[in-house]
Design a protein around this ligand. Structure first.
Ligand code: IMP
Ligand code: MG
Length: 186
């Protein structure tokens, strides 16, 4: 169910703040159920897009855990090639024998996550899973899959709740389809 909005930056709102926050509570229940017996859970937030999702998620997670972060360079705007994706900020924590949950804003082609997944698995975690707020399966170019996602989304350029256009609009508290006519004003 999409809503129209009187804001020239967006063409439609896909998910309101209320809908997102309710869904994130359900996702936190999934985390608690998945890791009831876990001794060492580490949530790995992928910067920067995962920040609003991660912040909201951990408010409802009851399982003890630690946080760590990674930044990978994006191939966006370049030739789409897995080789272009580089880790530019690595984890601080050693994840060997730990339960690791990667927290992502959106999986699109899956190329960034594939690179990260393959890198982290080499470090010998006890388990490695993926939680993503949004999943855009239409554009998938790899075999990477989330263990759980908040919402399945269409192949449109989205902004808000961490998702950016040219590093802007991550603060928008809902998820909207970006109006490309607005690009020149950014
Ligand atoms: P992927 O490697 O194609 O799966 O996507 C990598 C990253 O691109 C995601 O983690 C997002 O940060 C970004 N991205 C993908 N789709 C969108 C979108 O619709 N809006 C904003 N950023 C996006
Ligand atoms: Mg991202």
């Amino acid at each position: 169910m999409s809503k129209t909005i009187n804001d020239e930056r967006f063409t439609e709102i896909l998910f309101t703040q209320d809908q997102i926050e309710k869904r994130i509570i359900e996702l936190s229940t999934w985390v608690d159920e998945m890791y009831t017996t876990s001794k060492d859970l580490i949530l790995v937030g992928l910067l920067k897009g995962s920040i609003p999702f991660l912040a909201q998620l951990i408010k409802s997670i009851k399982t003890e855990h630690t946080l760590d972060f990674m930044t990978v360079s994006s191939y966006r705007g370049e030739v789409e090639n897995t080789g272009n994706i580089k880790i530019i900020m690595d984890l601080v924590i050693d994840i060997k024998d730990k339960d690791v949950l990667i927290v992502e804003d959106i999986i699109d082609s899956g190329k960034s996550l594939k690179k990260i997944y393959e890198n982290l698995i080499l470090r010998g975690p006890k388990s490695l899973r993926i939680i993503t707020l949004l999943d855009k399966p239409v554009n998938r170019k790899t075999d990477i899959q989330a263990d759980i996602s908040g919402f399945i989304v269409p192949d449109k350029f989205l902004v808000g709740f961490g998702l950016d256009v040219k590093e802007k609009m991550r603060n928008v508290p809902f998820i909207a389809v970006f109006n490309k006519d607005y690009l020149e004003k950014l």
